[in-house]
Ligand binder design. Structure first.
Ligand code: 3MF
Ligand code: MG
Length: 351
């Protein structure tokens, strides 16, 4: 049964309001603190915030466990005051000197231990924040030089790391956010299919799901709505990072639907058709403002992405399903295509 419209809850992370730096140039906008970003969320129509462990507790490697818990509790109070919820916390395992050559797949045992210890702290922070899951974007679990890492061993090391997390906290739920490349040339877990396969290798597959990001599927040459459908068929689609991407380039994190409205429509459609959100799943928007954007309007990409999701939801709900079924029954897919495009463009369709 289709879910009533307007019941979606939206979330984003503090990194989605940024200063516009890129590998070729410095920041162009003023930084805004976490407290300010949390305050802005509600006004922008969002109900949830996503975190990296060190978004909630900056410089956490230099702090005691008690200090970490105390600071996380302060962030929890900020959220409570605004009527917001934490969606998830993700360990930032790609920034420190310890994770230059990867986290769970690092060739050095001492550095692999750093990654596990840091993840356990992230789980503790998430519990204080009240987040539903932890998210693993396996940023540096891969190689630049094929021979530098054992790819089979790496899969088993990531599995062992997942098992250790599941064992550490019997309630923790883990989502894998796969991405085929960037920053590494070649990722060990590049797609949702890999992530789901890996989940079944763990000691508790029911607590391991996935997060599908539009741009990451596109970078793997896949259709994001098909990827979502695949994860839905496994009952493992627990979060999404909607955005857009102009083909096989760097990860652009463009405003949802700005590049390919039809691909965006099909993502909204598959989520709506299978009642995504009914069990507390959020619609996350992992979008970035263009570097050209001035300070004013530095959150427009967030409100526009949300607005576009809702416009497309309207298109999903007003699609003539009977006509669609008739055209499928007679195998007139040319006509089906014509109808869908008329519908999306808002022009009158005459059969
Ligand atoms: C990279 C990403 C990341 C993750 C984030 C939370 C910085 O391409 O998409 O954003 O979404 O780390 O898992
Ligand atoms: Mg993402």
């Amino acid at each position: 049964m289709a879910k009533a419209k307007g019941q979606y809850r939206f979330s984003f992370g503090p990194w989605n309001i940024d200063e516009g730096a890129d590998p070729f140039g410095p920041p162009v906008r003023k930084p805004q603190g976490l407290a300010k970003k949390i305050k802005m969320a509600k006004k922008l129509g969002f109900d949830g915030v996503q975190f990296h462990d060190d978004d909630a507790v900056p410089d956490l490697d230099s702090k005691s466990h008690a200090e970490i818990v105390k600071e996380a509790a302060q962030v929890r109070r900020m959220l409570d005051r605004e009527g917001l919820k934490a969606e998830f916390t993700a360990p930032r395992l790609w920034f420190s000197p310890e994770t230059i050559d990867g986290a769970y797949t690092n060739n050095n045992a001492r550095l692999r231990k750093y990654a596990i210890d840091r993840t356990k702290i992230c789980i503790d922070i998430n519990n204080v924040l009240g987040g539903s899951w932890i998210v693993l974007w396996l940023a540096r679990e891969g190689s630049y030089v094929r021979e530098s890492k054992n790819p089979r061993e790496s899969v088993l090391r990531i599995r062992d790391a997942l098992d250790e997390m599941l064992d550490y906290d019997p309630k923790v739920r883990i989502l894998i956010e796969p991405k085929p490349n960037e920053p590494v040339d070649s990722a060990i877990i590049p797609t949702l299919g890999h992530a789901i396969g890996l989940s079944y290798m763990t000691i508790d597959p029911d607590r391991v799901g996935c997060l599908c990001e539009t741009a990451h599927s596109l970078l793997a040459g896949l259709d994001p709505s098909d990827d979502m459908a695949y994860a839905l068929a496994h009952e493992k689609l627990k979060s999404v990072h909607l955005n857009d991407q102009g083909g096989l380039k760097f990860d652009q994190d463009k405003t949802f639907g700005c590049h390919n409205l039809r691909v965006a429509f099909n993502q909204v459609r598959v989520l709506e058709e299978y009642s995504y959100g009914r069990n507390g799943e959020w619609v996350g928007l992992d979008v970035k403002a263009m570097r050209t954007q001035k300070q004013r309007g530095n959150t427009k990409h967030l409100s526009t992405s949300r607005e576009r999701f809702l416009f497309l939801l309207e298109k999903v709900c007003t699609l003539d399903k009977k006509l669609e079924a008739q055209l499928i029954a007679v195998r007139d897919y040319e006509e089906l295509d014509r109808y869908i495009v008329c519908h999306l463009m808002g022009v009158k369709y005459s059969g």
